[in-house]
Design a protein around this ligand. Structure first.
Ligand SMILES: O=P(O)(O)OC[C@H]1O[C@](O)(COP(=O)(O)O)[C@@H](O)[C@@H]1O
Ligand SMILES: [Mg+2]
Ligand SMILES: [Mg+2]
Length: 339
């Protein structure tokens, strides 16, 4: 296929509208999110000139120092998501509370959850970062517009996606009918369909974990990694490769491209917080994408998308990627529980 025959994001989404009855409002919203991502990509690429790669003097609700680009990316999501009249509320990693855009939320309205800039510790290093988003459609109206009313399980997502700001800018989206990847074409500014129907292979010989936390790992995770490290002579009977980018978006993109498993498990140090990654705007959308591509996403004890949220910025353990590896790690957790 030549460059000229790639479908544009809009052409592809209109096909989805015809094939799967994807709502036109959702398509318009996704086009606005694509605009936010295009703008964020540009602001990151010009960050060294504008002096915006570094930190602000602020911390976010998680107690993490905000980078200037965390704030800039958050502003872009807020600005562009507010265009769609069906969006009732916005939930961001960078904001303490829900931002309500309406006085009342009707059935059919959307709640958008986003991590405007993921992996922002990599910014000064010129290593890939990304944005993650998740969209839930309300089944019932909400009369009481509080933070608690957007604590909805990931199984209610109608759409999730991410943009990866790497050597090129990608936009990867699911509306529950498989996963499709688009690449930003410099010049026209279009996102073009370059990776249709992305699939996570069931088998892999590559894993990703922050190994500096080894001394905190729980037995099932320690066992899994030890068996991978043992190579041909160990119980797995083959060599495993390891990667750690420290940008979840880049790890998930690698897994969608060539398979693999990503672990940010609960360990003895993060157990009090429930894990490291955030449920509503990191784990749920990535879980939905990975499942739609044929992979699995688990906490080690349950499907991520079945976790009932009890806090806006709740953290969960995350194990996702190639089906057979996630199943094996789940089995090790089940064995450890039996004792
Ligand atoms: O510092 P660590 O342990 O390598 O953690 C890396 C993880 O933290 C994150 O960067 C968290 O995301 P934010 O940059 O949005 O806070 C993930 O993308 C990544 O998986
Ligand atoms: Mg993040
Ligand atoms: Mg972030």
């Amino acid at each position: 296929m030549t460059k000229d025959t790639h479908l544009t994001f809009r052409q592809f989404m209109l096909q989805e509208y015809r094939k799967h009855d994807v709502s036109k409002d959702l398509i318009f919203l996704l086009e606005d999110i694509a605009t936010a991502c295009r703008t964020i990509s540009h602001k990151i690429r010009s960050g060294a000139f504008s002096g915006t790669l570094g930190a602000t003097e602020e911390t976010n609700v998680q107690g993490e120092t905000q980078k200037q680009l965390d704030v800039i990316a958050n502003d872009q999501f807020m600005l562009h998501c507010a265009n769609c009249s069906r969006v009732a509320a916005l939930v961001s990693e960078e904001l303490d509370n829900v931002v309500w855009l309406k006085d009342e939320a009707k059935a059919g309205d959307y709640i958008i959850y986003f991590d405007p800039l993921d992996g922002s510790s990599n910014l000064e290093l010129n290593v890939s970062v990304g944005s993650i988003f998740s969209i839930v459609e309300l089944k019932e109206p909400i009369s009481d517009l509080t933070d608690a009313s957007v604590l909805i399980s990931g199984s209610e997502q109608i759409c999730a996606g991410y943009s990866l700001y790497g050597p090129s800018t990608s936009l990867v989206v699911t509306t529950g009918h498989g996963v499709n990847g688009f690449t930003h074409l410099n010049g026209t500014g279009e996102f073009l369909l370059t990776f249709p129907d992305m699939q996570v292979p069931a088998e892999t010989s590559e894993y990703a974990i922050n190994a500096s936390r080894q001394r905190f790992w729980e037995p099932p995770v320690a066992r899994y990694v030890q068996e991978c490290l043992a190579g041909e002579d160990g119980p797995r009977g083959r060599r495993f490769n390891m990667r750690w980018v420290a940008s979840m978006v880049a790890e998930v993109h690698r897994i969608l491209t060539r398979g693999g498993v990503f672990l940010y498990p609960q360990d003895s140090e993060n157990a009090d917080m429930g894990g490291r990654l955030r449920l509503l705007y990191e784990a749920n959308p990535m879980g939905f994408i990975i499942e739609q591509a044929g992979g699995r996403a688990s906490t080690g004890t349950q499907r991520i998308m079945n976790v009932n949220p009890d806090d806006l910025h709740q953290r969960v353990p995350v194990i996702l990627g190639s089906r057979d590896e996630v199943d094996l790690i789940d089995a090790y957790h089940a064995e450890a529980r039996k004792g």
